[in-house]
Write a protein that binds this ligand. Sequence first.
Ligand SMILES: C=C(OP(=O)(O)O)C(=O)O
Ligand SMILES: [Mg+2]
Length: 401
Amino acid sequence: MTLITDVRLRRILDSRGNPTVEADVVTESGGFGRAAAPSGASTGEYEAVERPPSEAIAAAREDAVPRLVGEAYAGNQREVDAALHAADGTDDFSEIGANSAVAISMAAAKAGADVLGAPLFQHLGGAFRGQNFPIPLGNVVGGGEHAADATDIQEFLVAPVGAPSVEDAVFANATVHSTVADLLEERDVPCGKGDEGAWAPSIDDREAFEIVDEAVSIVQDEVGFNIGFGLDVAGAELYDSDAGTYEYSDRSRDTDEQIEYIAELVREYDLVYVEDPLDEDDYDAFADLTDEVGDQTLICGDDLFVTNTDRLVEGIDRGAANSILIKPNQIGTLTDAFDAIELAAQNGYDPVISHRSGETEDTTIAHLAVATDAPFIKTGAVGGERTAKLNELIRIADDAT
Ligand SMILES: C=C(OP(=O)(O)O)C(=O)O
Ligand SMILES: [Mg+2]
C-alpha cells in the first residue's frame, strides 16, 4: 500500500523570499505527502550541503527518484532514507542536495502516515505519543546573522517552563514578544523584525537582557506560571579563529573570558537554555562551560553537533554540552535526525527540535518533537511560517490533526 508511485519536486518560496525545494510523494494506494526544506543563515560548517534548489531538484530527479518510484515503501522510513543516501553517494548530500533529500524524506513520512490514516507524530513515534508536548522556545529579540545592526547575540529566547499546556506556552511567548515591543517603544527604540520574526532593535546586548528580563517578569505575573529565559549565542559567528577571540561590538573576549561571561549570564538571569555559547570547533571549551554551569542550565550544541551522530559521539566522549539541537536539514533525512535524537536521549542529552531562519509553512518539526518526546522545540514566536508549527502543536494537543 505504501509503495511509492510518484515523487514530484518543485521550487517554492521560503520566508526570506528565496527559492527552496518542495517534494510531493504519492503511494500505490493514493497516500499523499508534501514537505518543504527550510534553509539556514547562520549555518554550521559541518552541515550537510544545501545545493541551489534548481540544481538539487535536477540531481534528485536523475538519481533519487528512480530509486524510490516502484522501489521503496513510504511506510518504511529507513528504506526511503537509505535510498536517498545510496542515490547521493556522498557523506554530506553534496550530490542531490540536503534540501532535496530532506524534502523527500519528510514528504515520504507524511505519505506513510496518510496511508495509515494516522497523524504524522503517531506514525513517527507510535501509539504512546501525543501526551507530552515540548516547551516552545520563542525568539523575541535577535540579531547576529538574522538582522543587521541589532544585538550581537543571535537570539533571546523565552521558555515558558511552567506553562500548564502547550497552548498556554505558545500564547505566553507571543505575549512576551508584544510586551518587548511596548518596552522598546517606551524607550523610543525603533525597530523592525529579523528573519525569524524576533524584534531586531539597534541596542546592545546588555539593554536587550534588561528588556527581555522585564518583559518576562511582566508576563509571568500576568499568566501566573514560571517563564524562563534563554539564548542562542551563535558563537561560531562571533568567533575570529585567527585571533582566537569572540568579537562583540564593544569588545573582544578570549575563550576563557567567553566561558566566564556566559557562566555569569546563566547565574545573573537564571538562564534555562544556552545554545552555541562557543565556537563550533571548540569541544574543550564547551566541556569547560558544561562543567561550570551544566547542572543549572541546558548547554545546547547546534553548529557544534549539526544533528550528526559522529559529532555527538565526540561531544559525549568529551563531556561537551548536555543538549543537542535537531534540525533535519542539517543532516538530510528523518532517519539521521531520529538516530541523533535517540543517541542523545540514551546519553542524557536533551534533544531540542528546531526550525531554520528560512522557513516554509511545513509543520513536520512539530510532529517530530511530539513523536520523540523532545522537551523543547525552537520555532519562533510569531510570523506565519513560525505559527504554522506552533498552531500545529495546539492542534495535536486538541487531537485535531
Ligand atoms: C535557527 C538558527 O538559525 P539558522 O537557521 O540561520 O542556522 C540557529 O542558529 O539556531
Ligand atoms: Mg543556533
